[in-house]
Design a protein around this ligand. Sequence first.
Ligand code: ADP
Ligand code: MG
Length: 345
Amino acid sequence: MINLKDISVTFTQKKSDVTAVDHVSLQIDKGDIYGIVGYSGAGKSTLVRVINLLQKPTQGQVIVEGKDMVTLSARALREERKKIGMIFQHFNLMTSRTIADNVAFPLKGSGLSKADITAKVEKLLALVGILDKKAAYPGQLSGGQKQRVAIARALANDPKILLCDEATSALDPKTTLSILELLQEVNQKLGITIVIITHEMQVVKEICNKVAVMENGRVIEHGDVISIFDQPKAPLTQDFIRTATHVEQAEKKLLAHTDKPLYVLKFPNATGAVIIDLFKKFAVTADILYGNIEFLQEVPIGTLIVTLESDNGGVLDLDAISDYLAQRQVRISEIERTTEKEVIA
Ligand SMILES: Nc1ncnc2c1ncn2[C@@H]1O[C@H](COP(=O)(O)OP(=O)(O)O)[C@@H](O)[C@H]1O
Ligand SMILES: [Mg+2]
């Protein structure tokens, strides 16, 4: 569906060149809700603008629905772009036009009659849940409502792809969730492939099935959301995952609360009686201090923080315990007692 092959984008400036995107290859399949996560300046916006060629890559191939975008004529490119809608952090609505006119705007020159345009606009406004605001102006709407208008506008030309650049970053958490739900509905009902750029892993956790992590113009890790959340490899990915769950706060509080060694158990598919089995097999008592289950695409991923104590006062055979747990698809690790977290530049 979207195939980015070895894309680089270098901005030439007076003093020095900036390589915003550095040899990125990415495949986004039809029906995906694909998250691209990274801190500010990582190159996310530049990369996503390459998809509809708002940004021409310095090198590499952009294949969208089988078409090599870089080689298209201006006219063919205009047609292809209609199949790619886009929404932004600050909505980019025309303030002096009504909501209905904003949504109708991309339909100019579409050949549809006035009546057809009105009908289509109303259908789109109903889909995003703000038909009652059609005669209002953007200034009269809340942030969430404005983003709904922007989504309706982005859908006006029946796109196959919707690009979202920090679409929820200006919204409060509750409104963010309602917009993400709407995007999920757009994906499922209309079969539109969605690319979501965000600096919040929480957003990825809510609706994405795939994710790529960007740093310094490069994709440092990518894959399906469940495996990335279960076993993030790059330190930056681990950092992002921690911010998307409450495990880190719990770790900090518990470390301050006790001097005992603390262990994290991760259950990629929450299973049964592991704690009891530890007692039966190893005479080890696990005291549960914290528990959490995240659902990622309906798959439960469990986390427990425990203390482990050998019943007869003996030494813990952590290697044996770890091997045993691994057979049960449970991973164990001790929480490190470092005060300063490594700062990732
Ligand atoms: N038009 C431009 N001219 C020069 N540098 C740019 C331009 N657009 C982006 N950059 C630079 O490219 C890098 C990546 O920017 P961007 O793609 O906006 O990152 P992100 O969206 O992840 O915050 C940054 O260092 C930014 O300053
Ligand atoms: Mg950006």
